[in-house]
Design a binder for this molecule. Structure first.
Ligand SMILES: CC(C)CCC[C@@H](C)[C@H]1CC[C@H]2[C@@H]3CC=C4C[C@@H](O)CC[C@]4(C)[C@H]3CC[C@]12C
Length: 591
């Protein structure tokens, strides 16, 4: 069953048609024949054009008359620090045959393996998803605007805005409290909805470059692939505002009101209003920041936004966007050092965990290092797969309809449901005598010990770790009595995440070149599967345990046997887990 949310986010047939039409217009194919137009007619879009070359790309060489001649390396495909993600690079085709607005992966071509295709496809999906969400929220805002009409007339708005002219996001404080009536924002939202989704996607891409402070398409692609939901929501808000404002501003105001930015334009709470500016000449920049409430506030914001956002937040805060602030090297360095120290401190006290892929070292060189610090392609692939598995499994387990009761014993309930494609999945719900964290420890971090307490498992081996929360595991099930069900082995990506007091574990079958199917086992496929661990309201040392078992056991087993074996395996698993928990309790171990 689909949730209404899902349906809402799906591309309407209308916009799909529009997209198709866009790709097929004769104009676009004509444009693509011109050498420099890599992205069809949309190459003219400002996202793909650079009027002010990035300083990294500008070189000077001696001309014939001895005077320096400026050259610009305009090829993002090159070996600069902004060189695209290698996996993505190998997948992207710029051939003139296709004239879509985006580089399209050549699926099935010699150069592209299925894995690469998956990644390069999915960033487009993510982009589309984000663009759709932004458009939908704009539509929702139209409704909201109607309701808030009266109140809105009064309150001046101070929000972050996007300058269509400068291509920059302008922070809230640079707006002198200009009033905008709800009528205009209503119109704005309507205008908005008439834009084609592809147009919105391009705009979103352009804005993402601003927000993430990069001009590298690959960086944006990576962010689209790796950012977590919370981070995306945050950015979605910024995008929505920036896009809505850009469309209204182009209609209503002259660009001169937006430019030039002065130092007062930076938000007060950043640095300019703090004592930092006064102390700037301090010989130890790090010391300067140590007890700054401003830096602490920002740090908290950065952390709450997800550590993946740190580089972007840091850069925004340090004003690197604004050319005239670039000269404030001391201030920027001080900020980076201070953030670095605080982060290291928090990390050492276990108060924050940086995501694996951020692998940033917060030293004075943080800024230059962040450009090169990317995860190996393979790690990105597993991380992404783990998150996707968890999200898909959650959708299944949280779906309301279609569940039938299988068994109910001592409060443990098992439901089953048939998914499209006739796979039957099982949902077990139980209460366990342990906190979500304790269970996460046993079921995720100490997964290799599972055979010690669960006789259905012969062995589990972690073949690869990607940070703390993602791993590739090989599981072998135990022999069954009379070998009725032959031994299975599973190769899975497992991912764990925490949201509030809940812990989520997700997993799905994956592939690993070094471990192809073994002759002695039937390679079964687990997932998308998940476990939700939620503390009980009145007792946080006990948890509600919800486990979705979604397994293709493969081989030649009759379906009726499988449908009995799986809920049985779930009930057994829970029984053994309870014994394991009881053995751990100190009060049970007293002599
Ligand atoms: C052929 C059939 C009947 C064999 C069934 C064996 C089943 C019960 C075994 C084989 C592999 C096992 C999984 C291996 C790894 C994990 C990850 C851990 O974080 C939660 C439990 C979980 C998800 C196990 C649940 C039980 C499991 C699915």
């Amino acid at each position: 069953m689909e949730t209404s949310d899902e349906q809402g986010l799906r591309l309407s047939p209308e916009s799909a048609r529009q997209e198709k039409a866009l790709c097929e217009t004769p104009g676009t194919s004509r444009a693509s024949t011109r050498g420099s137009l890599r992205f069809g007619s949309l190459s003219h879009h400002s996202f793909f054009s650079r009027h002010n070359p990035h300083p990294h790309r500008v070189r000077h060489m001696q001309g014939l008359n001895g005077k320096p001649v400026c050259t610009v390396n305009d090829d993002w495909y090159g070996f600069t620090p902004l060189c695209p993600h290698p996996l993505i690079k190998s997948q992207v085709s710029f051939g003139g045959s296709r004239s879509s607005a985006f580089p399209t992966p050549e699926i099935g071509s010699d150069r592209s393996g299925p894995r690469g295709a998956l990644i390069s496809e999915s960033w487009r999906e993510e982009l589309k998803d984000l663009a759709t969400k932004v458009s939908l929220s704009a539509a929702a805002e139209t409704q909201q605007d109607k309701r808030e009409k009266l109140a809105d007339e009064e309150a001046p708005r101070r929000k972050t805005q996007y300058s269509a002219q400068s291509g920059r996001i302008i922070p809230a404080s640079s707006w002198g409290g200009k009033k905008r009536s709800s009528r205009t924002s209503h119109k704005r939202a309507q205008r908005w909805q008439t834009q084609s989704l592809e147009g919105v996607e391009l705009k979103v891409l352009e804005l993402l470059c601003q927000i993430l402070q990069t001009d590298s398409l690959s960086m944006v692609q990576q962010w689209l692939l790796l950012a977590n939901d919370r981070e995306k929501e945050l950015v979605q808000g910024l995008l929505q505002q920036a896009m809505a404002d850009s469309s209204s501003l182009t209609q209503q105001t002259s660009g001169s009101e937006l430019l030039p930015l002065t130092s007062e334009d930076l938000p007060d709470h950043v640095f300019l209003n703090s004592s930092v500016s006064r102390k700037r000449s301090s010989s130890h920049p790090a010391e300067t920041f140590q007890d700054e409430p401003a830096s602490r506030g920002l740090l908290l914001f950065a952390i709450s936004a997800g550590a993946n956002m740190l580089p972007a937040v840091l850069k925004l805060c340090c004003g690197i966007t604004y050319p005239h602030l670039r000269s404030m090297a001391g201030l920027q360095r001080a900020a980076l050092v201070a953030f670095g120290q605080e982060i290291a401190h928090w990390q050492s006290r276990g108060q924050i965990t940086l995501p694996a892929w951020s692998c940033l070292r917060w030293t004075e060189e943080a800024e230059s290092e962040q450009r090169t610090s990317v995860l190996a392609d393979e790690d990105v692939f597993y991380l992404r797969q783990g998150e996707k598995a968890l999200n898909e499994a959650l959708k299944i387990v949280e779906s309301k309809d279609g569940w039938t009761l299988e068994t109910a014993e001592n409060g443990d309930v098992i439901y089953s449901k048939v998914l499209t494609g006739s796979r039957r999945v099982f949902r077990l719900e139980a209460e366990l005598d342990a906190s979500p964290e304790e269970l996460q420890d046993i079921l995720f971090f100490r997964v290799e010990e599972m055979h010690e307490w669960n006789p259905s498992i012969r062995r589990i081996k972690v073949l690869k770790h990607v940070g703390r929360d993602t791993m590739v595991t090989h599981e072998v099930s135990a022999e069954t009595a009379g070998n009725l069900i032959g031994q299975r082995d599973f190769l899975s990506v497992r991912h764990s995440s925490k949201s509030g007091s809940r812990v989520y574990l997700g997993g799905a079958a994956t592939r690993l070149e070094s471990l192809p199917p073994q002759p002695e086992f039937v390679r079964a496929e687990d997932g998308p599967t998940c476990i939700i661990l939620q503390p009980l309201q009145d007792r946080s040392d006990r948890s509600r345990f919800i486990w979705l078992l979604n397994m293709d056991v493969k081989g030649w087993l009759p379906q009726s046997l499988v449908n009995k074996a799986l809920p049985r395996a779930q009930a057994d698993f829970t029984k053994h887990l309870r014994r394991r928990l009881a053995a751990q309790k100190p009060e049970n171990n007293r002599c």
